[in-house]
Design a protein around this ligand. Structure first.
Ligand code: MUC
Ligand code: MG
Length: 366
């Protein structure tokens, strides 16, 4: 089970429906496919989504750091040397999605080699997750129509609504329209991607107090240290830290500092090895978690699903697993299918990800 080859393959797939939010927008999934091959011919895969507006990574940077630093560091190690691999990757600061995709491709290869699914290797709690869909910026009628389509077509009843525009009135009108249009049978929460100040956030949340929101995510920047504590203290829903908690240490800092009281776990930024650490930390701290979406393709969503289903805490809430539906195409030979608002873990060893070679040849950019 020795790693003999690591490849970082850039590819680009356009979005049919671009996602817009307070910190940026995505029109083309310019991701990087990580492929790890072993001496027994097993091939593990995962994808890295560059998010310059969140972590500073770019597609070219991910390819460069994998080729130049990470591939030489892990080649020759055994798939079971997981803590050694983690220690070597940790020597390089930053580059979260590059490290995570490599980590997850190694776990995929490990699962295939041992004959177990990644979900079973990690924890094996369940085989499915409820799905939460993330609604990007638009006007109220269009966002209600999109949510209705997701509910009627896929059975999705949990929605994360992107907010954070200035002034906040368009956003609060959207959330009100969603509650009025979809009724009390759906769960709604908001994510501002740091778009508001603490006082704008407090005001917007007061104006939405009657709308039965479940969570508020990253409404203002964590660097507004005093303002954010002031805000979190007065909210009557948990405040999810997302981009402010890219490492376990940041989870500890935000939670103990009173700047958040729930966390988003994104396998795209903490892989399986570090997401497991974040999960255990969240259990120890006694906070709620949500499996988040890094605007992942199907392979990335399969990774989030594999991890989320592995633990009771991560599968309790609907996971953000559906934004691949906004893409025009994907690399998986057999597309992910959401039925009754749920995604089911692929049976069989590893992640169960089979890539379509023709699609990879078509979309790869190297
Ligand atoms: C999210 O939950 O914030 C948008 C920016 C980012 O870093 O992730 C996405 C979704
Ligand atoms: Mg977020």
């Amino acid at each position: 089970m020795k790693i003999t080859r690591v490849e970082a393959i850039p590819f680009a797939i356009p979005y049919a429906k671009p996602l817009k939010f307070a910190s940026g927008e995505v029109h083309v999934a310019e991701h990087v496919l990580l492929r790890v091959t072993t001496n027994e011919g097993v091939v593990g895969v995962a994808e890295a989504p560059p998010r310059p507006f969140t972590y500073g990574e770019t597609q070219a940077g991910i390819v460069a750091v994998v080729d130049g630093i990470f591939a030489p560091q892990v080649t020759g190690l055994d798939l079971m040397d997981r803590e050694q691999i983690h220690a070597r990757l940790s020597r390089t600061i930053g580059n979260p999605t590059a490290k995570s995709a490599l980590d997850m491709a190694i776990w995929d290869a490990l699962g295939q080699s041992l004959g177990y699914s990644v979900t079973d290797l990690l924890g094996g709690y369940t085989d499915r997750m409820r799905v939460s869909h993330m609604l990007g910026f638009d006007d109220p009628a269009a966002m209600v129509a999109e949510a209705e389509r997701m509910r009627d077509t896929y059975g999705i009843t949990t929605f994360k609504v992107k907010v954070g525009r200035r002034p906040h009135t368009l956003d609060t009108a959207v959330v009100r329209a969603l509650r009025e249009g979809l009724g009390d049978g759906v769960e709604l929460y908001v994510d501002a991607n740091r778009g508001w100040s603490a006082s704008e956030s407090a005001r917007a949340m007061r104006e939405m107090a009657d709308l039965g929101l479940t969570f508020a995510e990253e409404l203002c920047p964590a660097d507004d240290v005093v303002g954010r504590r002031w805000l979190v203290q007065q909210l009557d829903v948990p405040f999810i830290a997302d981009e402010s908690v890219a490492t376990p240490a940041e989870v500890t800092r935000e939670i103990l500092g009173g700047s958040a009281n729930a966390a988003s776990i994104k396998t795209a930024r903490t892989g399986f090895t570090t997401s497991r650490r974040v999960h255990h930390l969240a259990e120890g701290l006694g906070i709620e978690v949500v499996m988040g979406n890094q605007i992942d393709g199907q392979l990335g969503s399969l990774c989030s699903l594999a991890f989320g289903a592995a633990f009771e805490l991560t599968s309790r809430r609907a996971g953000e697993l559906s934004n691949f539906l906004d893409m025009s195409d994907d690399l998986l030979a057999e597309p992910l299918e959401i039925h009754g608002g749920e995604l089911v873990v692929r049976p069989g060893p590893g992640l169960g990800a089979v890539l379509d070679p023709d699609k990879l040849a078509h979309y790869r950019q190297d």
